[in-house]
Design a protein around this ligand. Structure first.
Ligand SMILES: [Zn+2]
Length: 343
């Protein structure tokens, strides 16, 4: 960590694992999303840094960036649907050039130019900021300008996280976040998934857009970044990603037991707030044991981090707990957990 000090948004999150990975997650998972440019940039950066690149031209970076955008915009909106796009808007250009770029496997000349023109101010200047506040404690690139020639220096921190065992995990969670934000755009601001939250298909371990009944992303990919890529049960890193299973922190057997006699007064245990990616062996060993204090502290911090991220995951948590949730801080989660334990 640098001497820039901790950011206000997500400070507890960063303190929980002060590392370049946590800075990256602050930028990707917790920043505001007026559009999805940040995800396309983040994915392109992990891609190039993962190949060991130290410096790329803006034109080179624009290739995976623009291709990511066109791939995504053929499936889902990349800005809220009620946002009007001007003709020169990068998204409007991307829409016009999408078919030809996808067919050719690389951005058309027009798309590449539009990307290079818009990237510096639309996304690169903002990536390290958090809701307008600079910024996350680590820098992942610097944009250099030499006349018309622009290069992007990829920092050692970026290369380290991209080439680490968790690099794949970071790309997975970035893409999960991208899908979640897209589904919030699909219905327009303030409606659909933003208001209704998401449900969980436990059999498939998928998050579901309730209103459109569409699978959005895997539960573990959506949640794992908020717990620093760690198994919530043992607190060790989960590598590789495929190893993660979804654990019920409060065992659902608890709810079923009470429910059979119509006596369960606690919140739904099959909901997102109670689900956590974990190692398979850790999950198997835990069986139906009630969670201990350390595990519940980690769950409180994980849920607090989600509550500080933009909609709609935050809303999904809020809907399961209602007024009992209070301000969504780790303290309010601990209070809820104590009440459940006393049931
Ligand atoms: Zn574990």
């Amino acid at each position: 960590m640098t001497d820039r000090g901790l950011v206000v948004v997500g400070d507890t999150f960063f303190a929980g694992d002060p590392s370049a990975r946590a800075s990256w997650r602050l930028a990707v998972l917790m920043g505001a999303n007026a559009r999805t440019y940040k995800f396309a940039l983040g994915d392109a950066l992990l891609d190039l840094a993962g190949q060991g690149r130290e410096e790329v031209t803006l034109a080179e970076l624009a290739v995976p960036y623009a291709m990511g955008m066109v791939r995504h915009l053929t499936d889902a909106p990349q800005a809220p649907v009620n946002v009007a796009l001007g003709n020169a808007d990068f998204l409007a250009v991307a829409r016009r050039e999408a078919a030809e770029s996808l067919a050719g496997g690389r951005p058309t000349e027009k798309l590449s130019k539009a990307a290079q023109r818009s990237m510096p101010t639309m996304v690169m200047e903002k990536f390290h900021n958090l809701r307008g506040v600079p910024g996350v404690p680590h820098r992942f690139y610097e944009l250099k300008r030499d006349g018309h020639h622009r290069t992007v220096v990829l920092t050692p921190e970026l290369r380290r996280i991209a080439m680490s065992e968790q690099g794949v995990l970071l790309r997975g969670e970035l893409n999960a976040r991208w899908s979640i934000v897209e589904s919030s755009f699909a219905a327009g601001v303030g409606r659909g998934v933003v208001q209704a939250g998401m449900s969980v298909d436990l059999a498939q371990e998928f998050l579901i857009d309730k209103r459109r009944r569409r699978p959005v992303t895997r539960v573990s990919a959506a949640l794992i970044g908020f717990q620093h890529g760690r198994c919530l049960i043992c607190n060790e890193l989960i590598v590789p990603v495929g190893e993660a299973v979804v654990d019920h922190v409060f065992p659902y057997a608890m709810m079923r037991r009470f429910e059979s006699v119509g006596n369960w007064h606690g919140p739904d245990l099959d909901a997102l707030w109670n689900l956590a990616p974990a190692h398979r062996p850790c999950n198997s060993a835990k069986t139906d044991t009630p969670p201990g204090r350390k595990l519940l502290t980690r769950l409180a911090l994980r849920n607090e981090a989600i509550m500080r991220s933009p909609e709609p995951l935050r809303q999904t948590l809020r809907l399961s707990l209602g007024r009992a949730l209070g301000d969504g801080s780790a303290n309010s989660w601990n209070q809820i957990f104590n009440e459940i334990k006393a049931l």
